[in-house]
Each structure stands twice: as structure tokens, then as C-alpha cells.
Write a protein that binds this ligand. Structure first.
Ligand SMILES: NC(=O)c1ccc[n+]([C@@H]2O[C@H](COP(=O)([O-])OP(=O)(O)OC[C@H]3O[C@@H](n4cnc5c(N)ncnc54)[C@H](OP(=O)(O)O)[C@@H]3O)[C@@H](O)[C@H]2O)c1
Length: 229
């Protein structure tokens, strides 16, 4: 049975992916920011294991994971957690920059480093949920866009490095998706939020599972998903 480690499983896209993998009987290991959140996630998906570590403090992830039981093999590592804070370059403070770079870029790199041995054993797959902002940067999106451009670089380098070890690497670039993150973006943009205008997280989950379930003779490198309406 396949084992999947999932970040961001408490909300939006990550929650949809975790529910789908849980429903089909795969082993899931849900990453959570703290022990209280881990308890909530495990209660929502009975049988799921959890891993605890705050992604906003990637320097402590190694220590945190060294005190927890890691799976022996990891068939997929799904980086779905993320944060956004809009602001013009003239207004963004280092704190806002650093938080987005840590959660969206440095922590995925560190978690990948820590789980690479288990991914190699399984000849597994790393999936990075990126964003349209990882391909094009727009006014007001500098810090988030920089973190996601960096995430693309991380994925592209890792793909080349791990090809010989049989580890596949996929980046998924969703457009605006109806989730608590998108509600916050609308609030920061001063716009009214209508979730029916945006992609359903279930559709992004379908895209991710498509890449995950592709037979091993092929690897999806990059997938862009845009709102259909
Ligand atoms: N929504 C969109 O329009 C959109 C578009 C393109 C790309 N994306 C990307 O898609 C991914 C998922 O976004 P979403 O819309 O599903 O967002 P969401 O509903 O806000 O969920 C974000 C998840 O990240 C977790 N997280 C945030 N900070 C964390 C930290 N410090 N430590 C551990 N976990 C943390 C949250 O944990 P808690 O549950 O504990 O809060 C939550 O589960 C993100 O990478 C985002 O950048 C989203």
C-alpha cells in the first residue's frame, strides 16, 4: 500500500487531496503545525498518522522530526501547505517576506531533504503545489511570487538530481482556487469573495492524483490548472 506524506492537509487543496487518498485506503501521514492541530487532523481522517513541525521555522524541522517516528518508505511527498500576504514592495517588511519564503520555499526544501532517503527507497514522487504566481509575478505579489518562483527552481533542480534515483518530481500550478487562502486574498485586495467563480479544490486534487497515479514509464513535470469559467 502506498504511503503519502501531506502538508497543508487541514484546509483547502490539501484537505481535498488527503480525503481522496484516505478514501481509497492509502496510508496517509498528515503534517501539522503543532500537536493540537495534528490531533484535529487525525480525528478527521481515522487511521491517519501525523508529523508535527512548524513550517514557518524550517531550521527546527530536523530536530522536530528526529523526535518522531518517520515512515520507512514514502511513495509520495505532497507539499501543499502555503501562506500568502499581499503588499507592494514599498510596504512589505522583512517579517512578511521571511514568513512566506520560509513556509512556501525553505520548509519544502528542508522536508524534502529529511525524507529523501525514504523517497529513494520507494522510488517515490515529490509533488509541489506551486501557483500561477510561480510563473508570472504581478504588482502586489512580490513576496508570494518570489517564494513560488523559488519553489519552481527547487522542483526543477531536484528533478534533475533525483532522476537517477527513480524519484519523480512534479510541480502543479493552480490558478485561483476557492479556499480560505483565496478568501484572505480577496480581503487584502478589497474585493468581494464569491467562491463559485474559482476552481473547486476537488478539481486541483484530481489534477494532483492524475500526476501521482501516472504509470512509472512517464513523469508529469509541470501542470497548469486555470479556472474554467
Ligand atoms: N487558493 C488559491 O487560490 C491557490 C492558488 C494557487 C496556488 N495555491 C497554493 O495551493 C496550496 C494550498 O493552498 P490553499 O488555498 O488550500 O490554502 P489554505 O486553505 O489556506 O491551506 C493552507 C494550509 O497550509 C497550512 N500551513 C500554513 N502555514 C503553516 C505552517 N507554518 N506550518 C504548517 N502548516 C501550515 C495550513 O495549516 P492550518 O490548517 O493549520 O492553518 C493549511 O492546512 C498553497 O501552497 C498555495 O500557495 C493556492
Amino acid at each position: 500500500m502506498a504511503t503519502h506524506v501531506i502538508t497543508g492537509a487541514g484546509s483547502g487543496i490539501g484537505e481535498a487531496v488527503a480525503r481522496r487518498l484516505h478514501a481509497r485506503g492509502d496510508e496517509i501521514v498528515l503534517h501539522a503545525r503543532d500537536a493540537g492541530r495534528a490531533k484535529e487532523l487525525a480525528a478527521a481522517l481515522p487511521g491517519a498518522q501525523t508529523l508535527v513541525g512548524d513550517l514557518s521555522d524550517p531550521g527546527k524541522l530536523s530536530w522536530a522530526l528526529s523526535h518522531q517516528t518517520l515512515p520507512d518508505r514514502v511513495d509520495s511527498l505532497l507539499h501543499i501547505a502555503g501562506v500568502v500576504d499581499l503588499g507592494a514592495v514599498g510596504d512589505l517588511t522583512p517579517k512578511t517576506w521571511i514568513n512566506q519564503l520560509n513556509v512556501n520555499l525553505v520548509a519544502p526544501a528542508e522536508l524534502t531533504r529529511l525524507l529523501l532517503p525514504q523517497l529513494r527507497v520507494a522510488q517515490g514522487q515529490v509533488i509541489f503545489v506551486n501557483s500561477g504566481s510561480g510563473l508570472n509575478a504581478h504588482a502586489g505579489w512580490a513576496a508570494y511570487g518570489a517564494s513560488k518562483h523559488g519553489l519552481k527552481a527547487l522542483a526543477d533542480a531536484l528533478r534533475q538530481e533525483e532522476h537517477g534515483n527513480g524519484v519523480r518530481v512534479t510541480s502543479v500550478y493552480p490558478g485561483r482556487t476557492a479556499s480560505p487562502m483565496q478568501a484572505k486574498v480577496h480581503q487584502q485586495e478589497g474585493k468581494e469573495y464569491d467562491p463559485s467563480k474559482w476552481i473547486d479544490p476537488e478539481s486541483v486534487a484530481t489534477t494532483i492524483l492524475m500526476a501521482l497515479d501516472l504509470p512509472r514509464d512517464a513523469e508529469v513535470n509541470d501542470l497548469t490548472v486555470r479556472p474554467g469559467r
